[in-house]
Design a protein around this ligand. Structure first.
Ligand code: FES
Length: 141
């Protein structure tokens, strides 16, 4: 079986799908190679992510990864969400096939882009190092 049950579950029943009209931060990222696009919305209150929504125009693994990522950052302090790695997302999904790891990278990047947007909109200082382009050549194959 190529995909774990968790991947199939999050693909078929994605959590937190949709648009958020009053989002505090929005991140949109894409992978030029496969053409998949992911949009992540966060609602922040007192430094905590109180709500998350996403829209993914992409493959099943990208949908499953974004769904899992929203579950992993919901209710978490914003700086903790920033620590979310694509590896942690893939692990929470009980693994992704190697050629699908880049789909989880998209989820990590979307979360980071949404946090950056929130910081920018609210004039909150941050370390640009935290928002470096992901340089993992393997994941971006
Ligand atoms: Fe590109 Fe899945 S094939 S994100």
């Amino acid at each position: 079986m190529l995909y774990s049950e968790k991947v199939m579950d999050h693909f078929q029943n994605p959590r937190n799908v949709g648009k958020m009209d009053d989002a505090d931060g929005i991140g949109e990222v894409g992978n030029a190679k496969c053409g998949d696009i992911m949009k992540m919305y966060i609602k922040v209150s007192n430094g905590v992510i109180t709500d998350v929504k996403f829209n993914t125009f992409g493959c099943g693994s990208a949908i499953a990864s974004s769904s899992m990522a929203t579950e992993m950052i919901k209710g978490k302090p914003i700086d903790e969400a920033l620590q979310l790695t694509n590896k942690a997302v893939a692990e929470a999904l009980d693994g992704l096939p190697p050629h699908k790891m880049h789909c989880s990278v998209l989820a990590e990047e979307a979360v980071r882009a949404a946090v950056k947007d929130y910081y920018d909109k609210n004039g909150i200082a941050y370390n640009p190092e935290d928002f470096r382009e992901n340089s993992c050549a393997h994941c971006h194959e």
